[in-house]
Design a protein around this ligand. Structure first.
Ligand code: NAP
Length: 399
């Protein structure tokens, strides 16, 4: 076995065992308690797969879900009795399958997290996200990035931006590529439009703010503290709102008092938005919070406006007054990660330094559970990364 933090002397040499952060069905729970470092076998790869030596890994909310077994115990679907989470990584190609072209051992890469069959009509014309076998690597599949080696499909590889450190390169893929599809492919934002971004200093939101700015749209970032307000303004938001200034009731408003409080808070919140827009409602709402914000999102978007949603951190069961949707002819758009083409387009913007990674904190390998616990407790901002085979922060940038 190779030591954590040491780049093996011989390129392509594969030990039989590796260190991995493992989740098991019998100790699901908060990630700080349920994720454990274990020694496991290095996986074998298939003909169209690649084994990557992980230099650094990115922390995402799907690791928080997997650790808790919520909304499902993911091991029921992967067929393994353990799960290695992690859907973002930077690393070095260590072995390629017999059918892999375009990549060779030694290439420095980052990984996108969409897997699909590659053979069906959806994969070959429509969109790999529509493939019946579509899965998120490191969440719906085992062998994610919180390990010394990870096993991926060759189509998941993207060139590592040369100017980035291993940890910065590992930090952005999942959330940035998701935000790119939400705004450009699904909501089709246009220059001059107003976009309300929930969680604007978080993983998705900090990229949504930057992408709006790049597209000539105006983001209004919603956050929960003064330092996050400063952060989103620095990222290019046209406005920032502290959601703590509004008395939104927790959960779904049920009693008439709760409904009236919610209505009052939504109207005050809408008024605050219009201070930035010059009296207009927003064209698009960037949603991923779910239960606690969705009714406000439906209320605040303009007539014929769009709510694009990819997640539900605060709860999957949504409640909203549908009259605001149909009378004002609004649209709700589901969105999920991104296809390889979108990932490549978006990655090029990072290569060109038009979009910046938002890495805020870097952790040691054994601190992977801690980083996920910080995310679960909403005690982070931007992105967090884990050093795996990178010896220390700051390595890997060439230019
Ligand atoms: P994150 O880094 O934790 O950011 C989420 C932000 O949401 C937080 O910074 C927080 O900001 C805000 N928030 C949390 N609770 C809130 C509440 N009750 N009301 C309003 N805002 C709240 O997470 P992320 O990486 O951006 O991911 C967000 C969600 O999207 C997760 O559920 C994740 O699983 C999902 N997701 C889905 C996909 C997909 O492809 N389908 C991809 C990426 C992420 P403030 O406290 O500052 O307001």
């Amino acid at each position: 076995m190779i030591a954590i933090g040491k780049r093996p002397a011989k390129l392509g040499e594969i030990p039989s065992k590796m260190k991995a952060v493992v989740i098991r069905s019998d100790h699901l729970g908060p990630p700080g308690e349920s994720m454990k470092v274990e020694d496991v076998d290095v996986p074998e790869i298939g003909a169209s797969e690649v084994l990557v030596l992980v230099m650094a890994a990115g922390v995402n909310f799907n690791g928080v879900w997997a650790a808790q077994g919520k909304p499902v115990n993911i091991m029921k679907y992967t067929g393994y009795d353990f799960h290695i989470a992690g859907s973002d990584a930077s690393g070095i190609v260590w072995k390629i399958g017999s059918e892999v072209r375009n990549w060779k051992v030694g290439d420095e890469v980052i990984l996108h997290c969409n897997q699909s069959c590659g053979q069906c009509a959806a994969c070959n014309g429509q969109d790999p996200m529509a493939c019946e076998e579509q899965k998120i690597w490191g969440y719906e599949t085992n062998w994610g990035s919180f390990a010394q080696f990870t096993k991926v499909q060759a189509q998941q590889l993207l060139p590592k931006p040369k100017h980035l450190t291993w940890e910065a390169a590992a930090s952005y893929g999942l959330t940035y590529f998701t935000a790119y599809r939400m705004l450009f492919t699904r909501a089709k934002i246009q220059p001059g439009q107003w976009v309300l971004v929930w969680g604007a200093a978080g993983g998705l939101g900090a990229f949504a703010v930057q992408l709006c700015k790049l597209a000539g749209a105006n983001a209004i970032g919603v956050v929960s503290s003064a330092d996050k307000m400063a952060m989103v303004k620095e990222l290019g938001a046209a406005g920032a709102i502290n959601r703590k200034d509004f008395k939104f009731p927790a959960g779904i408003a049920k009693t008439s008092e709760e409904k009236s409080a919610e209505s009052k808070a939504m109207r005050a919140f809408g008024g605050k938005i219009r201070e930035f827009t010059g009296g207009k409602d927003v064209d698009v709402v960037f949603e991923h919070v779910g239960q606690e914000t969705f009714s406000t999102s439906v209320f605040c978007v303009k007539k014929f406006g769009k709510i694009v949603i990819c997640g539900a951190t605060s709860g999957f069961e949504l409640n909203f007054d549908v009259r605001y949707l149909w009378m004002r002819q609004k649209e709700i758009l589901g969105s999920h990660f991104a296809n390889a083409y979108e990932c490549n387009q978006a990655n090029e913007l990072i290569v060109q330094r038009k979009i910046l990674p938002t890495l805020d904190q870097t952790f040691k390998f054994e601190e992977t559970p801690l980083a996920h616990q910080l995310m679960m407790d909403n005690k982070h901002k931007g992105k967090m990364a884990i050093l795996v085979q990178a010896e220390k922060p700051g390595l890997g940038a060439q230019v």
